[in-house]
Design a binder for this molecule. Structure first.
Ligand code: 13P
Ligand code: SF4
Length: 389
């Protein structure tokens, strides 16, 4: 049986043993672990080879794919989703190998949530997230010490966006906080204010502000903590008064959407509905008709009437896929210039093939492995979020 960890009065089962049906992988000698040779695989053979490698691994592998993945990759995902959905899938999977077609922080989270017999693989280790890199653990710990010099930090609850490193998640767990995603940020903030007086929201300034404002917290009660400025660029008085301290971090993709684009699309397409991801700036979120996580955006368009028109403020692969999936609705990007998440784009079919064929030969390549202490503390913060279902 797994261990029982008790969090805020709730118990969560972790470390459950795999079912007896999980097979050992067949060893296929001869597949090298050098990625470069995969760059030479002819494009027209990639699909069949990936499908064959996946079929050979059978139940030993589960492929998770984030909505921003390119079509040629996401078509192989057993489960597609936003960060929240994929973390539930990672926590519930039994397969020996979890191949994560997404970015580094997502694979790290899967490694934190996995069972002991599982291994998490990220097909390209360069698939990072610029926002997650904007909060360094040293900076966050320094911020906490500085806050402690003017307020009682036991009354501050850290709420950390999934888009963060495992070290920041562990810090959050240690300090009694919770992880959130773009689809449950309001529920997690509500929980945080039931458990403390202030929130330190990491590392996305915009998600924190957009969510706090929609919950009725005035802009004047939210301050920004800039780790490159003395005392975060604030006065002790401002910190004492603030209800939410927003870390100065942002997504380079969603930062590109502007209120002018919203005005233009409405001029050019009267009646169009504008839906944006909550990582967009406050002015954009305010100008839009709706806000949604990637999963929320999909659901909104899926349930919309035929012939409705949508301008979507999020990554272009998802927008294009929605346009193709719903022929009877018009779906366009809010930004005329293509908005690609270049790190999500790093997962190519070649990388996926390389990872799968190596696993089929018993070689684990690009394993994501979070050290035990970090995993333990980060899991506390992730479990708090998952228990708020
Ligand atoms: P979602 O949780 O909405 O999928 O967002 C993840 C992400 O990285 C958006 O930039
Ligand atoms: Fe990170 Fe932005 Fe890419 Fe999401 S879209 S993974 S937040 S860089």
């Amino acid at each position: 049986m797994g261990n029982l960890i008790s969090i805020s009065g709730r118990s969560t089962l972790i470390g459950t043993e795999p079912p007896a049906t999980v097979r050992a992988p067949e060893i296929e000698p001869g597949v090298g672990c050098n990625f470069d040779s995969y760059l030479l695989v002819p494009d027209n053979t990639l699909h069949d080879r990936i499908a064959a490698a996946k079929a050979r691994l059978g139940e030993d592998v589960v492929i998770l794919g984030h909505h921003y993945q390119r079509d040629e990759v996401i078509q192989f995902a057993d489960f597609r989703g936003d960060s929240l959905k994929l973390s539930f899938q990672a926590a519930e999977a039994y397969s020996r190998y979890i191949v994560f077609c997404g970015v580094h922080f997502m694979a790290e989270s899967a490694d934190i949530l996995r069972r002991p017999h599982q291994v998490v693989v990220l097909p390209d280790l360069n698939a990072g997230c610029s926002m997650a890199d904007m909060a360094d653990i040293g900076q966050v710990e320094a911020c906490w010490r500085e806050l402690a010099s003017v307020v009682d930090v036991s009354k501050i609850v850290p709420v950390t966006y999934m888009n963060s490193t495992a070290a920041i998640k562990a810090f959050t767990g240690q300090q009694g906080g919770s992880i959130c995603t773009s689809s449950n940020a309001a529920a997690v903030l509500k929980w945080a204010f039931e458990n403390g007086e202030k929130v330190l929201f990491l590392p996305d300034e915009h998600l924190g502000r957009n969510t706090g404002y929609r919950m009725g917290i005035p802009l004047g009660e939210m301050i920004v903590w800039d780790p490159y400025q003395e005392f975060g660029g604030n006065t002790p008085e401002a910190v004492r008064k603030a209800r939410i301290i927003l870390w100065k971090g942002y997504c380079s993709v969603h930062q590109r959407f502007t209120p002018e684009q919203v005005a233009r699309v409405r001029r050019e397409h009267p009646g169009i509905r504008v839906i944006v991801h909550p990582e967009c700036r406050f002015e954009v979120a305010q100008a839009a008709d709706q806000i949604g996580s990637t999963e929320g955006i999909i659901k909104a368009i899926e349930s919309a009437p035929a012939s409705s028109e949508w301008a979507v403020g999020t990554e272009i692969h998802l927008v294009n896929r929605l346009g193709k999936a719903f022929h009877d609705r018009k779906v366009i990007s809010l930004d005329r210039n293509v908005c690609v998440c270049t790190t999500m784009f790093r997962i190519t079919p070649q990388h996926l093939l390389w990872a799968l064929e190596n696993l089929g030969s018993g070689n684990v390549v690009n394993r994501i492995s979070v050290d035990e202490r970090t995993r333990y503390c980060a899991r506390l913060a992730l479990d708090r979020m998952l228990s708020l279902r």
